[in-house]
Design a protein around this ligand. Structure first.
Ligand SMILES: C[S@@+](CC[C@H](N)C(=O)[O-])C[C@H]1O[C@@H](n2cnc3c(N)ncnc32)[C@H](O)[C@@H]1O
Length: 334
């Protein structure tokens, strides 16, 4: 069944516009070949999110260890009235990496008469389902879906109703290096314009044990999520490899203030992908994800360099997670 066929008619009809810039299979093949040819080996985390990867991510969000989702959802509900005041009425919301579009509900409920919702995600089937559900549940909102890699020069319509409010939850910004994050946020600043704003969720630096547990849940969902990248290579690229030859490894690198996720080769082996051979020594890894953690001043500095002023930052009582409301700094352009 095609992804669209899996959608109900009513969900599809509830989406006003679909802009389709879905990355092609060659992009995945090219990134895997380039990444496995480099030293150390790596594959960008955006390739985790096929339909199965997105489903597994949702299971991670429900684990006791992964505090990120429930903490951000609770904080959003608590600060909703204040965010509604800061954003003003009749805004257009643009969400980067919407996933199952759960968090947007808390934001939409807090806003006064939001005009448009633009949901952006690389995972097409997941995006259409999420956007369709929002369209059905918010009939007065113009709901639009954009399937695209948001790191690759996204084109959104010039015309949108009201002020633009970008929304980037889930600490997905942490997947980019600080340099990449600054360039990305500079692009967001250009997109929202001089009157715009960004509401962004950012995971905080904390106790190393707590961080390590969050990326090594006892049920093994994070391990499945990581290994699913190899499954995706088998299914989409015909990769010849033994899944049992790799193990999930995740740890906090304090010097770089980031969780690193790797696929560790448990023995010396050779795998084949797209007609190419790649050799692994025992213990060698494919670096699959970084998740940078920031303190409040550190993130404010990054946002400032990207052309945003921090209007307000909130954290939960345990200081696990932060949400920042950033206004476009006057004249910062982007
Ligand atoms: C960590 S999940 C967060 C999902 C959701 N926003 C949340 O807060 O729970 C990252 C989401 O961003 C999407 N994503 C990751 N990299 C992307 C990229 N380069 N372009 C577009 N979407 C991307 C994934 O498909 C996934 O839905």
């Amino acid at each position: 069944m095609s992804p669209d066929a899996a959608q109900s008619d009513s969900e599809m009809k509830a989406i006003k516009r679909i802009l389709d810039f879905e990355p092609k299979a060659e992009d995945f093949a090219g990134a895997v070949i380039a990444g496995l040819s480099s030293d150390p080996k790596s594959i960008p985390p955006k390739f985790f999110y096929d339909q199965r990867g997105s489903d597994i991510f949702n299971r991670i969000c429900e684990t006791e260890e992964y505090y990120v989702t429930r903490t951000e959802v609770a904080l959003l509900a608590e600060i909703g009235p204040e965010v509604g005041q800061l954003a003003g009425a009749g805004v257009s919301v643009i969400e980067y990496g919407c996933g199952s579009s759960d968090k947007i509900r808390a934001l939409l409920d807090a806003l006064s008469s939001p005009a448009e919702y633009w949901a952006i995600d690389i995972s097409r089937a997941h995006l259409l389902q999420s956007a369709g559900e929002i369209g059905l549940d918010y009939p007065d909102l113009s709901v639009n879906a954009v399937c695209a890699d948001f790191t690759g020069g996204l084109e959104l319509p010039e015309e949108m109703a009201g002020r633009r409010l970008a929304f980037f939850p889930g600490s997905t910004i942490g997947n980019q290096t600080p340099g990449e994050a600054e360039a990305f946020l500079t692009g967001v600043r250009g997109m929202v314009g001089d009157a715009g704003a960004l509401l962004i969720g950012v995971d905080l630096i904390k106790d190393t044990d707590r961080l390590n547990r969050a990326y090594n849940d006892a049920a093994g969902h994070t391990a499945d999520f990581n290994i699913n990248l190899l499954c995706r290579m088998q299914v989409e690229l015909g990769a010849e490899l033994d899944l049992d030859g790799f193990r999930h490894r995740a740890f906090f690198n304090a010097e770089k203030s980031r969780i690193e996720m790797h696929l560790l080769s448990s023995r010396a082996q050779t795998i084949r992908v797209a007609g190419r051979e790649f050799k692994f020594a025992e213990g060698e890894t494919i670096h699959t994800e970084n998740s940078y953690k920031y303190d409040i001043p550190g993130f404010a500095g990054l946002a400032g360099r990207a052309g945003f002023d921090v209007t307000k930052s909130w954290t939960d009582a345990e200081q696990l997670f932060a949400i920042h409301f950033l206004d476009a700094a006057p004249g910062a352009g982007g």
